[in-house]
Every structure is written in C-alpha cells, then in structure tokens.
Design a protein around this ligand. Structure first.
Ligand SMILES: NC(=O)c1ccc[n+]([C@@H]2O[C@H](COP(=O)([O-])OP(=O)(O)OC[C@H]3O[C@@H](n4cnc5c(N)ncnc54)[C@H](O)[C@@H]3O)[C@@H](O)[C@H]2O)c1
Length: 272
C-alpha cells in the first residue's frame, strides 16, 4: 500500500495493546480509523488518544465472537462509509495454561469464536467492498503459536494455526487482485493479552511468566506491522523471538519440539 492518507481502516480490538498503537500510528499518517472493541473503557481511551493527536476516528462496541454484533457493525460501517480500504483483524484473547482434558468446552468454543470466527466473519463481510478499491489490505493476527505446538495451549494454538491457514489460503485466492493479504505472527509483545484472558488456578503465575517473555513494545510491534502492510508482505514476524522461532521451525521442527518439551518439563519441575 503506497500510503495511508484518507484510507478507511477498520481495526478490531483497538481498545488496548497492538490495536491501540496501530490506531494511533495509522491515524497519525492521515487514515480515518474505525475502532472496535468489546471493552468500552479501553475503546474510549483509544478514541481520546487519537483525537488528542489530531487524528480522525469513530468507535464501535463490538464482541467479535458474536455473529449478530459483527453483522450489525459491518452494516453500520458500510451504511455510513460505503467501503473500507484496510481491515485489521487484531482482536484476540488468550487462555491460561491447562491441559486439553481440563479445559471446559465452553471456553474452547468461546476462544475459537473470538480468535477465528471473528476474523473469518469480518473478512467475509468487508471483502466485497474492498475488492472495489484501487488498493486494499487484509491483515490478520495469528501468533508464533500459529507456527509451533505449545503444550497447555491447545485452544490458542488451534485458533492461531487456523488464522494462519485461512489467511495464507485467502492470500493465494486473492493473488492478482487489488487486495493484499498479510498474516501477522507476533512473539511476546507487552500488552494486556494475558490480563484479559481466561485463567484457571495459576493466573498470577502465567502473568509473571508472560512479563518475562514479552520483550517487544506494542508501539514497535505496530510500526513493524504497518511496514508489512506498506510492503504487501505475505507474513510478518513481529519481534526477534518470533524471527528466531520461525527460523528454527523451518530449519528443524524436531529441534523446536524438543526445546518446547524440555522447557515444559523444567516449568513443571519448578511447580512441584
Ligand atoms: N501480546 C502478545 O504477546 C501476542 C502474541 C501473539 C499474538 N498476539 C495477538 O495479538 C492480538 C492483539 O492482542 P494484544 O497483544 O494487543 O492484546 P490486548 O489484550 O492488549 O488487546 C486485545 C484487544 O482485543 C479486545 N478483545 C478481546 N476479545 C474481544 C472480543 N470478543 N471482541 C472484541 N474485542 C475483543 C480486548 O478488549 C483488547 O482491547 C491478539 O489477536 C493476540 O492473540 C499477541
């Protein structure tokens, strides 16, 4: 994408973290940013921050995991603006550490609704108008957990592998059209993802562990993602940890499996 001036950009999960920093940086570049989030307080804060820096935005309270709400959101946006140029499917939620057999199916389903169906449904509803634009972009947030299997994270890995599969296949299908498609794989980014997640018995421990591995700021992550949209990148690894994981997963998936299993054993031993 050449530039973002006057582009109409939908950003889901804009009330915090990378969604917020993407909103601020894209508004700074002259885009009209349409912000959605389930948390009204965070959403209002982002709106205020965008306006304080002289940017243009409008916000919508939407649960991306709720089909009727997403349909109403898309209708409201398209009734008012007719089209959008960029869709950033960023909203997502995490789940605490638990084995597959311990996780209630209701939590698994909720996570898939938010992290996967939210992405698919927004894309389905906005893509037709995007195909009418001179240039457009769909940006879907997967994770490094969409690149390698992590024990105790079955639902999250399933959702992020699936976002990757959806995004990469859609990219191939849209090859030769005006719509570029980018899959985003963040490593550990300092955001509220773990604070807002579903947790079981060890919420505080998971948060403390996350603080140690979240090495990239949300601001830095947003600038990397924006650069990827400009370059029409197929995929982008966000942070040095994500780059390393991708490299090792391609070089030797077995090596990565061994590393993950060893790390898991160390963590379990510490728990005892
Ligand atoms: N932070 C990381 O280390 C990391 C790593 C890999 C991938 N990700 C992914 O990056 C994306 C952005 O997350 P973040 O790290 O900025 O976290 P964050 O929690 O700071 O921001 C996510 C936003 O999504 C919103 N959200 C959650 N559920 C929603 C729902 N049902 N409907 C609408 N909005 C909802 C939250 O309210 C929040 O404002 C997510 O998809 C996450 O899975 C994050």
């Amino acid at each position: 994408m050449q530039n973002f001036k006057d582009k109409i950009i939908v950003i889901t999960g804009a009330g915090s973290g990378m969604g917020r920093t993407l909103a601020l940086q894209l508004a700074q570049r002259g885009a009209l940013v349409l912000l959605s989030d389930i948390h009204e307080v965070g959403l209002a804060e982002t709106e205020q921050l965008v306006q304080q820096q002289g940017g243009r935005c409008k916000s919508y309270k939407v649960d991306v995991g709720d089909k009727p709400q997403v349909e109403a959101f898309a209708k409201a946006v398209l009734d008012e603006f007719t089209f959008i140029d960029v869709l950033i499917n960023n909203a997502g939620m995490a789940i605490g550490k638990a084995s597959f057999d311990e996780i209630p199916m209701a939590d698994f389903e909720r996570l898939i609704n938010v992290n996967l169906w939210g992405v698919i449904q927004h894309t389905k509803l906005f893509l037709p108008t995007m195909l009418t634009r001179p240039e457009a972009a769909i940006v879907n947030t997967s994770s490094v957990f969409g690149l390698f299997p992590v024990p105790s994270q079955v639902p999250y890995c399933v959702s992020k592998y699936a976002v990757r599969g959806f995004t990469e296949t859609l990219r191939m299908e849209l090859n030769g059209t005006n719509v570029a498609v980018t899959c985003v794989h963040p490593g550990g980014i300092k955001t509220n993802i773990v604070n807002y997640g579903i947790h079981y018995n060890d919420g505080e421990k998971v948060k403390a562990e996350f603080d140690k591995v979240a090495i990239t700021s949300a601001e830095k992550a947003a600038s990397i993602i924006i650069r990827a949209i400009e370059k029409k990148a197929k995929r982008v690894m966000v942070g040095p940890d994500a780059k390393l994981i991708r490299f090792v997963s391609q070089l030797s998936p077995n090596l990565l499996d061994s590393f993950v299993l060893r790390r898991q054993q160390q963590l379990n031993a510490k728990l005892k």
